[in-house]
Design a protein around this ligand. Structure first.
Ligand SMILES: Nc1nc2c(c(=O)[nH]1)N[C@H]1C(S)=C(S)[C@@H](COP(=O)(O)OP(=O)(O)OC[C@H]3O[C@@H](n4cnc5c(=O)[nH]c(N)nc54)[C@H](O)[C@@H]3O)O[C@H]1N2
Ligand SMILES: Nc1nc2c(c(=O)[nH]1)N[C@H]1C(S)=C(S)[C@@H](COP(=O)(O)OP(=O)(O)OC[C@H]3O[C@@H](n4cnc5c(=O)[nH]c(N)nc54)[C@H](O)[C@@H]3O)O[C@H]1N2
Ligand code: SF4
Ligand SMILES: [Mo]
Length: 667
C-alpha cells in the first residue's frame, strides 16, 4: 500500500519547499513538489528529489562507529555514548568545558536542530564557532544601512519596472524566483544580470553585465555618480528618510568614471543605462551572496544598498534590495530552545579561522571535537590547515548520515536520521515568508537516531537529563513561542505550511531599525562600534590593486560557486557526472594558456593545489576561473584546498572568492 504525505525540504536553500512524499512499506518511494504550497507550486529541484537516495542509500551510516586500530568499526550506542560522556565528564573536571569544541553549520534547517546548542550550553559552555562562511558581510551591511535584512514578498516583483539580479545564481540556487523572472519577462519587466559568469539567468536577461569579481561597489558608485549627473536621485527619500548622504556626495566627487570603467569591465554606456534603470523605477535588486565573499564584501553590499536608496527604490512596492529575510528566523523563540544563559564559560573561534585557532589554543587546548550539521573538511577554507588542526585533536566525534571527508577523520561517527525519519518545523530566512512542517514518515534506518535523541541520551549520562526531558511537541511549541498564538502547533501540522505575518514591502513606513531611525548612508551603529561608518572605495585583498606582487604570481581570480545538482557536498555521491573536478576558465585565460575543453590542468597558489579538467566559459569577465564547491576528496578534492581563511571587512564573513591562483596544463 502506498501513501502520499505532506512534508518539507530540510536543505539550506533560498526556497524552503513543501513536499509530497510517497511512502510504501515504510520506505520513501518518491519525492515531489507540493502543488498546494503557495511558493513551491508543485516544483522542486533535483537536490530535493535526491533526498530519497540520501535516505535509502546503501552507503548510509546506520550504526555507531569507533576508530579501533586505525579503522572505523561498528560498536553499540551504549558503548559510544558511555565513552563520549566519560570523556566529557573528565574534561569538565580536568581542563574545563571549553576544552570541548562544537563545530557546526546549518545543513539542516529544522527548528529542533538548534537543540545542539542547548546541550553544549547546559554542559557548561564550550568552544563555539561564530561568523559565517555564507552571508556574514552582507547581513552586517544591511544591519548598518536599514537596521535589519528583510526581503520583499516574492510576488511583489510584478510591481517592478526593472529587475536587477546582482550576484545571485537564480537558475541554480533559487528556482522559484527563476519562475517569477520568466513570468516577469513575459509581462515586459526588464531584467539585468550583473555577474562575472554568464549563468543560466544571464541567458534570459535583457542585458548581461560581466563585472570583474569584487568590483561591484565601485560599479555602484559609478552608477550613483551618473544618477546625480542626470539629476535622477530621489531628493524626497534623501532629505526626509536618510542620514549621511553628504558623505556619499563627497565620495562621488573623488571617483573617476574612467577608473570605474577600467576596473569594473563595465562600459560607460552600460553605466548610464543602469543609472536610468535605477532612476526610473520601481527597480528591485536581488542580491546574491557571491559578491560579499570578499575582504571588501560588506562595503560592497552597503554601496549597492546606497544606490537603491538614493534612487528612491526603498520602501516602495516593486523596489527593495532583497538579500535575506531575517524576519523569518526572528519569529521563533530560539533562546527558549538553546538556553544561552546556562553557559558558564565560552570561547569562540570563527568558522573561517577555526584551524589556526585550534592549533594555537593552549588554555585549554581543544581535546574533544563535535562536528554536527556540517562537513568542514570539504567546506571550510584552506583544507590542508583544517585537516592538520582536526588531526591534532585527541578525540573527534562526527554526527552525520554519511562517511564524509570529515567523518573519515573521526574517532566516533554517530549516525543520525534523515529528514523523513524525524519530525520538525523547517524554514529559511532567505527568500519567502512561509514556514513548513515535516512529519516523521518512515522508521529510522538501522540504529540511526535523531540529533535530539543523541543529545538527550548524552545529557542523561552527564546529569542534566532534566533539560531534555521534554517531548518533541513540547520542544516544537517552545521554539514556536509567541507564534503559537497565531498558528498553534496542531494547526500547523494539519495545514503543512504557514505564511508569517511579515511586511510584503519592508520599510514601507520608513521606520528603519537604525540608531537615527532613518536609512543610514553613513552608519551610526558602525560608529558606535568604533568603526568608520562611511562607505568607501575598497578592493578585494587578493587583487592587483591590493597585492600587486601576489597578482603577478597568481594572476587569475578563482570563484567557487555553489553546484547545480548538489547542496554543497551532500549530493555528489549520487551523481556520477559530478565526480570529477571541472575547472571553468574564461576565454582570455584559455587563449593565453592554450587550453581547450577536456584538457587536464592544475590550479595552484601558496595554500595548495587542485587538479581537474578544463571547460571554457563562452562568456564571462576576463581572468576568471571557477570550480564548484562541495567536491569530495575521493572524487578529486575540494576547491577549498586553495581558498583563503581571511575575514570580510564587517560581519565576520568568509572571503572564499577573494582568491588568486595560477593554472598550468598537466604534462
Ligand atoms: N543548487 C544549489 N543551490 C543552493 C545551494 C547549493 O549548494 N546548490 N546552496 C544554498 C546556500 S547555503 C546558499 S548560501 C545560496 C547561495 O546562493 P547564490 O548567492 O545564488 O550562489 P553562490 O554560488 O554563492 O554565488 C552567486 C553568484 O555570485 C557570483 N559572483 C561571484 N563573485 C561575484 C562578484 O564579485 N560580483 C558579482 N556581481 N557576482 C559574483 C557567482 O558567479 C554566482 O553566479 O544558495 C543556496 N542554494
Ligand atoms: N569554496 C567555497 N566553500 C564554501 C562555499 C562556497 O561558495 N565556496 N559556500 C559556503 C556556504 S554558503 C555554506 S552555507 C557552507 C555549507 O557547509 P556545510 O553545511 O558544512 O555543507 P554541507 O555539504 O551541506 O554539509 C553538511 C553535512 O551535514 C550533514 N547533515 C545533513 N543533515 C543533517 C542533520 O540533520 N544532522 C546532522 N548532524 N548532520 C546532517 C550532511 O550529511 C553533510 O555531510 O559551505 C561554505 N563553503
Ligand atoms: S533544495 Fe531548495 S529548491 Fe530544491 S527542493 Fe529543497 S528547498 Fe526546494
Ligand atoms: Mo550558504
Amino acid at each position: 500500500m502506498s501513501e502520499v504525505k505532506t512534508a518539507a525540504c530540510p536543505l539550506n536553500c533560498w526556497d524552503a519547499c513543501g513536499f509530497r512524499v510517497t511512502i510504501e512499506h515504510d520506505q520513501v518511494k518518491k519525492i515531489e513538489g507540493n502543488p498546494d504550497h503557495p511558493i513551491t507550486q508543485g516544483k522542486i529541484c533535483g537536490r530535493g528529489r535526491l533526498l530519497k537516495e540520501r535516505t535509502n542509500a546503501g552507503e548510509r551510516i546506520v550504526y555507531p562507529l569507533k576508530r579501533i586500530n586505525g579503522r572505523l568499526e561498528r560498536i553499540s550506542w551504549d558503548q559510544a555514548l558511555d565513552e563520549i560522556a566519560d570523556k566529557m565528564r573528565d574534561l569538565k573536571e580536568t581542563a574545563g568545558t571549553t576544552s570541548v569544541m562544537h563545530s557546526h553549520d546549518y545543513s539542516n534547517s529544522g527548528l529542533l536542530k538548534n537543540l545542539d546548542q542547548r546541550f553544549f550550553n547546559c554542559y557548561g559552555g564550550v568552544t563555539e564557532v561564530t561568523g559565517s562562511l555564507c552571508w556574514g558581510a552582507g547581513i552586517a551591511a544591511q544591519a548598518f544601512d536599514f537596521g535589519n535584512a528583510y526581503s520583499h514578498a516574492p510576488e511583489d516583483i510584478y510591481n517592478s519596472r526593472h529587475v536587477i539580479i546582482w550576484g545571485r545564481n537564480v537558475v541554480r540556487t533559487n528556482i522559484h524566483l527563476f519562475s517569477h523572472l520568466k513570468e516577469a519577462k513575459k509581462r515586459g519587466i526588464s531584467l539585468y544580470v550583473i555577474d562575472p559568469i554568464h549563468n543560466g539567468t544571464a541567458k534570459m536577461a535583457d542585458q548581461y553585465i560581466p563585472i570583474k569579481p569584487g568590483m561591484d561597489g565601485l560599479l555602484a558608485l559609478g552608477i550613483m555618480k551618473e544618477i546625480t549627473r542626470l539629476g535622477l536621485e530621489s531628493s524626497t527619500f534623501i532629505n526626509k528618510y536618510s542620514h549621511g548622504f553628504g558623505d556619499i556626495e563627497k565620495l562621488l566627487k573623488t571617483i573617476s568614471m574612467d577608473e570605474v570603467v577600467d576596473k569594473t569591465n563595465v562600459s560607460r554606456g552600460t553605466i548610464e543605462e543602469l543609472a536610468k534603470v535605477y532612476g526610473n523605477g520601481p527597480t528591485t535588486t536581488f542580491l546574491g551572496l557571491g559578491m560579499q565573499r570578499y575582504a571588501n564584501g560588506g562595503n560592497t553590499i552597503r554601496t549597492i544598498d546606497a544606490l537603491a536608496a538614493m534612487s528612491g527604490n526603498i520602501g516602495i512596492p516593486g523596489g527593495g534590495v532583497n538579500y535575506a529575510n531575517l524576519g523569518v528566523g526572528e519569529s521563533f523563540n530560539k533562546k527558549a530552545l538553546t538556553l544561552p544563559e546556562r553557559k558558564q564559560n565560552v570561547r569562540t573561534f570563527t568558522r573561517m579561522n577555526q584551524a589556526e585557532q585550534i592549533l594555537s589554543a593552549q588554555y585549554p587546548a581543544v581535546k574533544l571535537l563535535f562536528v554536527t550539521r556540517s562537513n568542514p573538511i570539504a567546506q571550510v577554507p584552506h583544507t590542508s590547515k583544517i585537516k592538520e588542526a582536526f588531526q591534532s585533536i585527541e578525540t573527534k566525534v562526527v554526527v552525520d548520515q554519511f562517511l564524509t571527508d570529515t567523518a573519515e577523520m573521526a574517532d566516533y561517527v554517530l549516525p543520525c536520521t534523515t529528514t523523513f525519519e524525524e519530525e520538525d518545523i523547517y524554514y529559511s530566512s532567505m527568500y519567502h515568508h512561509f514556514i513548513n512542517y515535516g512529519p516523521q514518515l518512515v522508521s529510522p534506518r538501522g540504529e540511526a537516531k535523531s540529533d535530539l535523541d543523541i543529545w538527550r541520551e548524552l545529557a542523561n549520562r552527564l546529569g542534566f537529563g532534566a533539560d531534555f526531558n521534554y517531548s518533541k511537541d513540547e520542544f516544537l511549541k517552545m521554539g514556536l513561542g509567541k507564534l503559537e498564538d497565531i498558528i498553534p502547533l496542531e494547526e500547523l501540522k494539519e495545514i503543512g505550511q504557514f505564511k508569517l505575518p511579515l511586511a510584503s514591502v519592508p520599510w514601507h513606513n520608513y521606520n528603519f531599525q537604525t540608531p537615527s531611525g532613518k536609512y543610514e548612508f553613513t552608519s551610526l551603529r558602525a560608529e558606535e562600534e568604533g568603526l568608520d561608518g562611511q562607505i568607501k572605495v575598497l578592493f578585494p585583498v587578493e587583487s592587483v590593486e591590493q597585492s600587486p606582487e601576489l597578482a603577478n604570481k597568481y594572476p587569475y581570480t578563482l570563484l567557487s560557486i555553489h553546484p547545480l545538482r548538489s547542496n554543497h557536498s551532500q549530493h555528489y555521491p549520487f551523481i556520477e557526472a559530478m565526480q570529477d573536478v571541472a575547472v571553468e576558465v574564461s576565454m582570455d585565460i584559455a587563449k593565453e594558456k592554450e587550453l581547450k575543453d577536456g584538457d587536464s590542468v592544475y590550479l595552484f597558489n601558496d595554500r595548495g593545489e587542485l587538479k581537474g579538467k578544463v571547460k571554457v566559459l563562452k562568456e564571462s569577465a576576463p581572468g576568471v576561473i571557477n570550480v564548484d564547491e562541495g567536491q569530495w576528496q575521493k572524487f578529486g578534492g575540494s576547491v577549498n584546498n586553495l581558498t583563503p581563511t581571511g575575514e570580510s571587512d564587517i560581519g565576520v564573513g568568509s572571503i572564499l572568492y577573494d582568491c588568486l591562483v595560477n593554472i598550468e596544463k598537466n604534462s
